[in-house]
Design a protein around this ligand. Structure first.
Ligand SMILES: C[S@@+](CC[C@H](N)C(=O)[O-])C[C@H]1O[C@@H](n2cnc3c(N)ncnc32)[C@H](O)[C@@H]1O
Length: 287
């Protein structure tokens, strides 16, 4: 049962908003530290060395820079937030990596790997994103994906989880009204907030992969440490801190014919901001 809008809003006003709602990104913000080795282990580096890697949903580019430092031939950071891309590009210049790292809203060159860290739960249309990746990869290409917490985790609502499962207890209307006291971007739905929030569960992710051009080569639902003894097939939606997996192309010859690619790409255009990525892929002008 959900708490009614007005009452919910009054309760929510008693909570402090998350810092991310109050902090504005500026081109001088420093990128946060890279999470790659912690999430995937050191065996990720040989997978990426000498390759062209797309860091999809790169944010401020900490992982992209780390990949370049560890020997990737070329790294393309993709994001819909141009202010984050500006931070990333500046950091690449300062680190002397600008010749190997670019940060863009659109990609028009094939890659060997897609890497997607802590972003999949933010895509407005995740099914289209999987199809998009398939158009970006060379045959034999792989995607390394990690994301979480997923929607039914106690903190699955990210900033909206002011206490465990608050994002499920309060209505979306009340939560967005509360957020609008601090953020003036006009978002009225979870998927409209900056960076988006798509409410993905583990089950839905698995279904999306089954319907996509990819298959799971490896998959792990990493338990919340304190609750690892309770973690099993029945409880995993509630007690998984992070999903990490490796996706490989289901069919060989990953580059889809242009018409198919266009279909994948156009279905993205409805989602706010995502058209930046998609138009560029089809050779458009980005904005
Ligand atoms: C939580 S941040 C993670 C950033 C970075 N990967 C990291 O781990 O620090 C999620 C990122 O996904 C980006 N994002 C959301 N929707 C996107 C889309 N359709 N295409 C590309 N990036 C997107 C957001 O702008 C945001 O920078």
């Amino acid at each position: 049962m959900r708490i009614k809008d007005e009452i919910a809003y009054r309760i929510l006003r008693r909570f402090s908003p998350p810092a991310s709602w109050l902090t504005r990104l500026t081109p001088s913000s420093a990128p946060a530290s890279s999470k790659l080795a912690a999430y995937f282990g050191d065996h990720i580096w040989p997978e990426l060395a000498g390759r062209t890697v797309i860091d999809f949903g790169c944010g401020r580019g900490a992982d992209a820079l780390e990949i370049a430092r560890r020997g990737a031939r070329r790294v393309i950071g993709v994001d819909v937030r141009t202010e984050a891309l500006a931070v990333a590009a500046r950091a690449a210049e300062q680190a002397g990596l600008a010749d190997r790292c670019t940060f863009v809203t659109a990609v028009n060159e094939p890659a060997d790997c897609v890497l997607c860290i802590d972003a999949f739960e933010h895509f407005a249309d995740p099914a289209s994103i999987l199809r998009l990746w398939a158009t970006m990869l060379r045959p034999g290409g792989k995607a390394f994906v990690s994301f979480g917490p997923t929607w039914l985790h106690p903190l699955g609502g990210h900033g909206f989880s002011v206490f465990p499962w608050a994002h499920l207890l309060f209505t979306e209307d009340a939560l967005l009204r509360w957020r609008s006291d601090y953020c003036d971007d006009g978002a009225r739905r979870f998927h409209e907030v900056a960076g988006g929030l798509n409410g993905i569960t583990i089950r839905r992710f698995e279904a999306l992969v089954r319907q996509s051009p990819f298959r799971l080569a490896s998959f792990e639902a990493v338990p919340i440490r304190a609750a690892r003894w309770l973690h099993n097939r029945l409880t995993r939606e509630f007690l998984t801190s992070m999903v990490r997996c490796e996706l490989v192309m289901e069919r060989t010859g990953s580059h889809q014919p242009e018409a198919q690619a266009r279909e994948a790409v156009e279905s993205l255009a409805c989602a706010r901001g995502q058209c930046f990525v998609t138009r560029g892929l089809m050779g458009g002008t980005g904005f």
